[in-house]
Each structure stands twice: as structure tokens, then as C-alpha cells.
Design a protein around this ligand. Structure first.
Ligand code: NDP
Length: 337
């Protein structure tokens, strides 16, 4: 069983040497335990916070311990009454090829059994039908509460969360403008995800391009990035606009993030800002409703998604660092078998 351990807490950017791969023997299964073979590992921006020795919205990972992460896997052997061989399951079972547990994951939650309908690939439970998709749904439906005709801007627009948030907003009748890094991602956001426009923040004239793409201002900002992107968006917000603060990925590797310089705009325009976390108690109640809508949309082929897949657990550290730099294109996964 090859595992990826956290062996050093990064200062600034994550390095591959912050991780170590080890191979361990799997112990014999005891009564009440289940052996899961991991099929896919999800790589997510929140994991950067778990590497720090500080309070984040998820508990830190201890040094020399397996990196925490969501997986989809198949039960290979079971001495647990709730699981049978070949059950498809998901849970936070870590950056490794196999795991043995008593039916609970690293967050103390029950491992979930999955029953995918025809046409739904298991990997989707880590993306559009899993934590990122549900994050998009909650940030949009519960936090942003969009009305038809409003203009919504979403950053990291081609990514796992942003792509779903923007498509859900379009389905609800919003005018949707994405912000993404590079022409290829922007073309995808407009041509395949169906957003009304997309601004390439790397092109060097973000403020002008955003003004052109939002001629009547912005009513909702679904914020995934922070930094200069959020500052540019703030200057286009309409009175009483809302910001759903989902993430600040541009800051996760900064030792001293510069902070938000256009705070005054929020006061002037009476803006409401609300942070949220897909794992908080209020959010957990919304998961079934969110997953049900997302599944219906997938089955009806009304939701488009894209996955970036690398092969083999050895690739996980490099792919994780790449994702934080924007080298992923859609939901970043590691295929393990
Ligand atoms: P993505 O699939 O969007 O991948 C991360 C993307 O972030 C990159 O592809 C890159 O896109 C973008 N990015 C990285 N650095 C920068 C930068 N300096 N400036 C602008 N963009 C940057 O990841 P997810 O969809 O999984 O996550 C998106 C956000 O949602 C993150 O902030 C994450 O922390 C947050 N999140 C929050 C949750 C919650 O409960 N609140 C739950 C899940 C996610 P590009 O190439 O376009 O720059």
C-alpha cells in the first residue's frame, strides 16, 4: 500500500519534498473493519490549509501522517456488517492506494455507499456530484440567492466549483461572466459551459476587460480566488450586491497575503459578504437537495464538466502543486488503478 505522508510544513509554496511516499504492508482485517481499494483521489485547494500548523477550516494533518483527501473506492474485503465486497464507497480515506477502517473516515464521518445510476461515472462523486459540486450549489442557491436577470461573476471559472456555480446560475436565468487564467480556459467557459462571457485575468487588463464584460455592473460575485481578481470585481459591484466568499486560492501559498485593498467599495455600495464552508452544519443539511439537483442535471446532459486526471499515487504531490498554480483544467483527480 503506497501512501503519501506530510513530512514538512511548507513555508509559502508547497514543494514535492514536503511529502514522502512510503510503502507499507496492509495488516490482516479484523472484525468490524473494511478494506477499501481506492480508485480515484481528489486533489483540492483546501488541502493546502491542512498542511499548516494553524487553524484552517479543516483540521491540520499531523507530520508523518497520511495526507487527508476524499476518495472513491471499492470494498475489496469486509468484516463490517454494513459493507460487502464490491460496494462502491466514498469518504476522506486519504492519499493512499488502500485503506482499512471501522466504517468511518478521517473526519469521523461514516463512509458513504454509492449507488450510481447508469451513465454516472464513479469519479463524478469527487467532482460535480461531490464536494465541489455541492459547494457550488450551496454558494449559489443558499448564499447568493440569484434572481433571473442578475449579473453573476465567478472566478476560477473553468475549475471544479466555478464551472458548476456558473452553469447553475445560467440555468436560473442570470447573465454569467467567468474569470479564468488563459485563452483556452476562457474559450471553454464560453463555448462549452455556455457562460455569456469570460475574462482572462492573465491578459494584463483585467479592469478594462471586466468592465466590458459587465456593462451594467455585477450583482453577485461567487468568489473563489481573492487578491487582485476580487479587487477588480469589487469596483464593478452594484449597490446591494452580494459576495459569496467560497475561497481565496490566490492567497493559500502566500506567507503574508496583501489583504483586500478595496474594502471601501463594500461600504459605499452596501455590499453583503458571506463566507461559507460546505462542511459546516448548515451546509451539511443541504447536501441531499444539492446532489439530487446536480444528478438530475447530469442525467439530462444539462451540466458540462471536465476532469484533469493523472495516473498513479506517485503523481499526487506534483498534480496537487500544479492545481494550485492553475495547471489543472477542470476537476483534478488521481487515478489509482
Ligand atoms: P479549481 O478546480 O478551480 O482549481 C484551482 C484553480 O484556481 C486553478 O485552476 C486556477 O485557475 C485558480 N487559481 C490558482 N491560483 C490563482 C491565482 N493566483 N489567481 C487566480 N486564480 C488562481 O479548484 P476548486 O474548484 O476545487 O476550488 C475553487 C475554490 O473553491 C478554491 O478557492 C477552494 O478553496 C474553494 N472551495 C471552497 C469550499 C468551501 O466550502 N468554502 C469547498 C471547495 C472549494 P486559473 O487557471 O483560471 O487561474
Amino acid at each position: 500500500n503506497i501512501q503519501v505522508l506530510l513530512v514538512r510544513r511548507p513555508q509559502g509554496w508547497v514543494q514535492e519534498s514536503d511529502f514522502r511516499l512510503v510503502e507499507t504492508e496492509l495488516p490482516a482485517l479484523r472484525n468490524g473493519e473494511v478494506l477499501v481499494k481506492h480508485l480515484y483521489l481528489s486533489l483540492d485547494p483546501y488541502m493546502r490549509g491542512t498542511m499548516n500548523d494553524a487553524k484552517s477550516y479543516q483540521a491540520k494533518v499531523e507530520l508523518e501522517q497520511v495526507m487527508r483527501g476524499g476518495i472513491v473506492g471499492v470494498v475489496e474485503a469486509s468484516r463490517h456488517p454494513n459493507f460487502q465486497e464490491n460496494d462502491l464507497v466514498s469518504g476522506y480515506l486519504g492519499w493512499q492506494q488502500y485503506s482499512i477502517s471501522t466504517g468511518q473516515d478521517a473526519l469521523g464521518r461514516n463512509i458513504r455507499k454509492l449507488h450510481p445510476k447508469a451513465g454516472i461515472a464513479p469519479s463524478l462523486y469527487l467532482g460535480v456530484l461531490g464536494m465541489p459540486g455541492v459547494t457550488a450549489w450551496i454558494g449559489l442557491v443558499s448564499i447568493s440567492q440569484p434572481k433571473a436577470g442578475e449579473t453573476l461573476v465567478v472566478s476560477a471559472a473553468s475549475g471544479a466549483v466555478g464551472s458548476v456555480a456558473g452553469q447553475l446560475a445560467r440555468i436560473r436565468g442570470c447573465r454569467v461572466v467567468g474569470i479564468a487564467g488563459g485563452k483556452a480556459k476562457c474559450d471553454y467557459v464560453v463555448n462549452e459551459l455556455g457562460f455569456d462571457a469570460c475574462v482572462d485575468y492573465k491578459a494584463g487588463h483585467l479592469a478594462e476587460d471586466l468592465a466590458r464584460a459587465t456593462p451594467v455592473g455585477i450583482d453577485i460575485d461567487f468568489e473563489n480566488v481573492g487578491g487582485e481578481v476580487l479587487e477588480a470585481v469589487a469596483l464593478r459591484l452594484n449597490p446591494l450586491a452580494r459576495i459569496a466568499l467560497c475561497g481565496l486560492v490566490s492567497e493559500y501559498n502566500e506567507i503574508a497575503p496583501q489583504g483586500f485593498r478595496n474594502f471601501g467599495a463594500l461600504l459605499t455600495w452596501r455590499i453583503k459578504l458571506q463566507g461559507f464552508n460546505v462542511g459546516d452544519p448548515d451546509s451539511l443539511k443541504l447536501w441531499p437537495q444539492a446532489q439530487s439537483e446536480l444528478e438530475q442535471l447530469i442525467l439530462a446532459k444539462k451540466l458540462t464538466y471536465r476532469e484533469s486526471i493523472v495516473n498513479g499515487i506517485e503523481q499526487a504531490p506534483g498534480a496537487f502543486i500544479g492545481m494550485l498554480k492553475g495547471e489543472n483544467f477542470g476537476k483534478q483527480l488521481v487515478k489509482l488503478t
